[in-house]
Write a protein of this length. Sequence first.
Lengths: 328, 328
Amino acid sequence: MTDIATMPRSVSFGRRLKRFMADRPLIPLVILLIILVVILQILRPGIVNERWLANTAKFAIPLAILAGCQTMTMLTGGIDLSVGTVATMSAFIMATQIVNQDPAVAFLLAMLPAVLIGLVNGIGVGVFRVHPLIMTLGTSLIGTGFLQVYQRTVIASGAKIPDFLNWLGTGVTYGFPNALLLFVPVAVLIVLMLNRTGFGRLLYAVGDNERAARLSGVRYWQVIVALYILSSLLAGITGLLYIGLIKAPSLSLAEPLVLPSVAAAVIGGTSIFGGRGGYTGTIIGALILTVLTTLLTILQMPEGGRRILFGFIVLFVTAAYLRIVEDR
Amino acid sequence: MTRFLRNQGWVAGLFALLIFLFVVTKLIQPGYGSGDFGSLARAVLPYAFAVAAQTVVVIAGGIDLSVAAMMALTSVTAASMMNGASEEYALFVVPFVLAMGLVLGALNGVLIVVTRVPDIVVTLAMLFVLQGAALLVLGAPGGATAEWLKASVIGTVSVPGLPDWADAWVPKALVLLIVCLCIVWIPLRRSRLGLSIYAIGSNELAAFRSGVPVARTRIIAYALSGLFAALGGLSLTISTGIGAPIPGPYLLASVAAVVLGGVALGGGKGGLLGPIIAVFVLRLVRTDLTLLAIDPNVTAIIEGLIMVAVVMFGAFITMRSRPAGATP
């Protein structure tokens, strides 16, 4: 008797919990983040302090901005794999041009390849209808080639990291990393753009049902070109921030961030097929990945084992998240 | 009928391009002979298997980002198993590594089917896992290869009834490639399974409703991709004599050749012949650029530009051949 009476209630509680989480997809992500931090604290008591928080934020911010590029492009059903190359190019050009040029000129020169690559991506995807994966991989190949040729022309002049970028990338004021000064406005802009502006709505509309969007008068190629230029510009700015953090200009500076940025957006609940997702989830996804990296470093695993775990955890989190959100 | 013509037309056009490139090569380097052709065939070998691996999955409507990592893992496994072992032991290593590729590929498929996570994300996660496993097997490039395996790709095959000068143009590597691909591909193409692979790539729902076991077919497609990737890894070990745990540029190259070979990224269209010819075209372009004494960095730019241009052209053709108003 009691069994029968309690069974449905417990089931309904589970279902209610599930529905609650499905309605607020951020909650399971935040819970996961907290669990990871707690595990970290148990493994290495006392590690979670103000300095650690600032450090985590510093490393999560470049990842989060690049993941923002992925979020926006994924909302339209695309992906931008050229962000790593664009960020590296901007950082490298900035570090080498600042030696002989005015900072403003160096900044403009650093942003030029970002705009160009974004434009080519946008034209390829929007006008010629090339698959975004291929298009952005191709432009990143071309970009890397140009960067290698460029490197040899500036090899004599050397490179330096501008003080301002140093301050922005590594500095901490009152316990808050200075990078937040860049990140908070960028994040607010992206969230507001996606939720409140016509352009944001167009991105969702194009990703959800491209044909319907076109038939309702959306100028598809213009939206896509604008989107990829925006994505590239953000990647370029991330590159400047990242060089201030890493302090060593190299030709593969931001390349290791590309695949994690895709992972962060996917963990954050943005559908890779377009039309669904948002930037807040992505930010938490980037935080989760950063904490996870720290955790795996602390476990003192060999590099190989760390990568294996990283892969499986990304897969597991995505699968679990899909289960929770999609079972409505 | 028109579709058949168009598909075959694409492959025929590619073949004409390949012939044209050979003529150009001969003009640039009048001494280009059978020996150079043999080294071209050896260089193409790992690329061709990577492309075959990608082709099977793309036809089934997916994409496999883990191809290069799978090749690295199988390559280091083979190299470290053959290190210090007897020549006969390699007879056991080859089937073992091939089985490993098959199983790991099937694991890709199972994860995609079971977790319902998009295949881009699953294979991306597997890229990390396989890369990590490769690093655990062999931390730095090393290992060894059995001599008879090395001999299997060097030199030429003497075909009975052909004069010596013609024999010189039949390098062992090319024969090995054709034999390996045909053994797997031709029976597959003619079987019910092959048809099912095309069916799920073309329209998954329709295939499901016509009684195609979608999940099983998808797993088999990924398993075959793993098998081809293992062949690619083995050929890497054989041609270099060692195994390297860091994946080469095979992912990008495989996707590029698949697109250039006329296989639609949406799935369900194309064959294996086109992508294989495309690999030869891409490698031959690189040879020509090297023969022209062009800086290797500029070569990277030109290769990227060719790839992007070809992909744009292909997308443009597909777009024009569709009825107006329809979307891909």
